[in-house]
Write a protein that binds this ligand. Sequence first.
Ligand code: SF4
Length: 301
Amino acid sequence: MGRDSNIGWTDHTFNPWLGCTKISAGCDHCYAERWSGRFHLVEWGNAPRRRTSAQNWNGPLRWNDQARAASAPRTYDGKKRASGARALGHRQPDTDRSDRTRVFCASLADVFDNQVPADWRADLWHMIARTGSLDWLMLTKRPENIRRMLPPDWGYDGYPNVWLGTTVEDVRAMRRIELLREIPARVRFLSIEPLIEALPDLPLSGIDWVIVGGESGQDARPIAEEWVRDIRDRCVSAGVAFFFKQWGGIRPSAGGRLLDGRTWDEAPSGGPTRARLAEGGAPPVRGAPLARKSPHVVSGI
Ligand code: SF4
C-alpha cells in the first residue's frame, strides 16, 4: 500500500503501526480513521493496533542513508561526521537544522498511545537512535503519556534528533502545552490543526515551533482569519517559528495558504527561541524558511 508524504512541513511520514482511539474534538473527523476504514486495515477505537510491515520499517533506514549521503554527513555542530559513523552522537551542540531531513511520526496513529505494545515502541526508539541523520517529529494528543514512554537513555535534553509536539485544536486542548513543556526535548512544537476556535492567551514559553492549519474534508469546520493572525502575531513577538499550512475547506488546498499576502514557512533552525530564553536557554535564533524536498513513497504498509 503506497503512501506519499505530502505534508508541507516534513520530508517523510512514517507509521510504525496503525490504529488509535478518538480522545478530543480534534479527532472528530479523523483522517486516519477514514483512511484505515477505506482499506479495511484496522478497527478504530478500543481494538488491537496493527504493526506495519518490515518493509515499511526499512524506510527510515533508507532515508537515513540518503540524508547522510546528500548532506556530506553533517553533525549538529556543522562538522562532517567520520565516514561510516552510523551511531547517533548524543549531546552534540545543535546550530543548524534547516537542511536536515524530517520524518513525521505518525499520521495514522498516536506514538504515545497506551494501547500499543511496549515492545513496538521500544523498536521505534531503537530505530530513531540508529537514524541520526534524520530529525524525528513525534506528534501526540497524549502528552501525559510521554514521560513514561521515553527510552531509558533519553537524558536531560532528549535525543538530539527528536522533536516532541502536541496537537492543540481548541482552548480545552491548551492544557497539553503545559504537559509537553515538562518533557526535556531539543525542539518542542505545537500542531494547531485543525484550528476550530480562537486560542486567546496561547502560552508559547518553552515552545520552538507552531504549525497552524484549517480543517479539510466534507465536514470541515470553519476557521477565522483573526484566530490565525493572533497566533502568528504571538509567534512573531515571542520569536517562535511559525508555519501556516492551509486555510482548509473541502480539499486541503481549497483555500490556499496565504496569510496577509504571503506564505509562512518558518521552522526551527537552531538554538532556543526567545520563548526558550525565558526559561534560561541560549541566545535566540529565528526560524528559517523550510526547504521543501521531494516526498518519498512509503510502500508496503
Ligand atoms: S489522536 Fe489523531 S489518529 Fe488518533 S483518533 Fe485522534 S485524530 Fe485520529
